[in-house]
Design a protein around this ligand. Sequence first.
Ligand code: ZN
Length: 211
Amino acid sequence: MADREKRPRDEDEPHSQPDDVEVEAEDHAPEELDAETRARRDAALRHVRKFGDPVLRARALPVERFDERLQQEAERMGELMHDALGVGLAATQLGVLHRMLVYKAFLDDELTVLVNPEIEWESEEREVAEEGCLSLPGVHVEVERAASLRVRGRDAAGAELEIEAEGLEARVIQHEIDHLDGTLVLDRISREARKEAMRAMREAQRTPSAA
Ligand code: ZN
C-alpha cells in the first residue's frame, strides 16, 4: 500500500487521509520531494508490478523454507517499500509468489515482515478510508475494511508472530493480504468508483511524474 506521510499520523484526526502516496503527491506536489528522494522513489517503483501484470492476480503460495534467501528477500522488500514511500508491500507486487508482506504503518515503527499471514479474528466494526496502491499509479479510493484484527504468521526467520492491529496498521495488513490473494482495491469498490479509478490511472500513465 502506498504512503503519503513523512511523520506518524493520528488515525483519529478527522481529516486524516490514511495511507496514500498519491494523496500526498497531490497535497504537496511531487516537485516538493527533493530530487534525490524522487529519483530513488522512481527507481523503486520500476520494480513494482503495475496493474495489467497478471502476477497481481495470482495467488501466492505458502512459504516453506525460512532460509537466508527469504531474509534477503524480506530486506529487499523493506528497502523498496521505503524508497517508494510506501507503507506496505506484498511479495506478489515484485512478481514473487511468496505469501510474504512487509509494512511500516508509522515512521517510528519498526519494519514488520509477515510470512504466511492468517487473519484469526477481525472486528465487526468497519471503517472507510482512502487507500493508494504502489501497483495502481494515480488511484486513491475509499475502501471499507475491518477496523481491527488479529493476525498470525511468522517472521522471515520463521519465528511465530501474533499481531493485534487497528486503524492504519489493520488497514495496511488487510490491503497486503489481499495482494497475496490476487485481490486489488479495485475489487472492493463500486463499479462507479472503479471506472473513476481506471480513468485516474490512465491519466497518471500519461503524466508519469504525477503518479
Ligand atoms: Zn497495493
